[in-house]
Write a protein that binds this ligand. Structure first.
Ligand SMILES: N[C@@H](CCC(=O)NCCCC(=O)O)C(=O)O
Length: 262
């Protein structure tokens, strides 16, 4: 007898890394372990393969959620008509080639999307927006980059406050309008994409969260890292729980179960 799946399948995007002899697909484990708990889903790592090697339509048809991970690499600027990157900038064209169309297809199909750090940047670019490539060059913003002089856990400690848009998706999820978040990024959102709404900003005006209210399902991107530290608490836990709820609603709808949510 065929069993009915009870856990939503949540795609987790991987990065491609060229090795000396052979390529590697890699994803930091914290983006995988946050799926069973607190999201309540089953993680499926999505490899950053070459164009044409993944059938993205089939993939989207099987997914109940899409988690876009962070990464040291940056989206290639030609995707948003930006000026060429400075020499030495780390890119991952294979990942761009998978995630950018995948985001558009997932949103179109009503699959819930949660983007983290590089993930929020990919969401904005996929939806026609642009990125600041070096926010640390601005005179009037503070340094949002990862601290290199401290051990792993300290990198993910709260770095600054965010102010959420009153009545917005994130403020409703958080149940408040301010929070403290960590900060490990060098790029940031410049022009928001089509139908993209700013959900939170840092005190220096850097965009910290976006959503897409016109989407059929949950679409949220955050510039910080809600997946670390552990245990996941406060606003970070609430974000994963809200995403998980949307993924379960998608699973019920996909299976044609009676209590399927809108
Ligand atoms: N490269 C982009 C995105 C930053 C980002 O996603 N950092 C991840 C850090 C490592 C991790 O915890 O996964 C930028 O610099 O803005």
């Amino acid at each position: 007898m065929l069993s009915v799946p009870s856990l939503p399948l949540i795609g987790v995007t991987a990065c491609h890394q060229e090795g000396e002899d052979h390529s590697t697909q890699r994803v930091s484990e914290k983006y995988v372990t946050c799926v069973p708990e607190p999201t309540g889903g089953l993680p499926l790592i999505i490899p950053a393969l070459e164009e044409g090697q993944l059938d993205l339509d089939s993939l989207v048809a099987h997914l109940d959620g899409l988690l876009l991970t962070g990464s040291p690499s940056n989206v290639e600027p030609h995707h948003f008509n930006g000026p060429e990157s400075v020499e030495g900038t780390q890119h991952d064209p294979r990942r761009d080639g998978v995630t950018l169309p995948l985001i558009r297809k997932a949103i179109e199909a009503g699959v819930p999307v949660l983007g983290i750090c590089r993930g929020i940047q990919e969401m904005n670019v996929a939806l026609g927006g642009t990125l600041h490539q070096r926010i640390f060059d601005f005179d009037d913003t503070f340094d949002h980059r990862m601290r290199r002089d401290v051990e792993f856990d300290r990198k993910y400690r709260p770095a600054h406050e965010i102010r959420m848009t009153s009545g917005g998706l994130l403020a409703r999820i958080a149940g408040s309008e301010t929070a403290l978040v960590n900060s490990l990024h060098a790029q940031g959102i410049d022009k928001p994409g089509e139908n993209v709404v700013v959900e939170a900003v840092a005190p220096d005006g850097i965009v910290e969260a976006i959503s897409m209210p016109s989407a059929k399902a949950f679409v949220l991107g955050v510039q910080w890292h809600p997946e670390w530290p552990r245990p996941i608490e406060g606003i970070n836990r609430k974000i994963f729980e809200a995403f998980g709820e949307a993924c379960r609603a998608h699973l019920r709808a996909r299976l044609g179960l009676a209590d399927a949510a809108e």
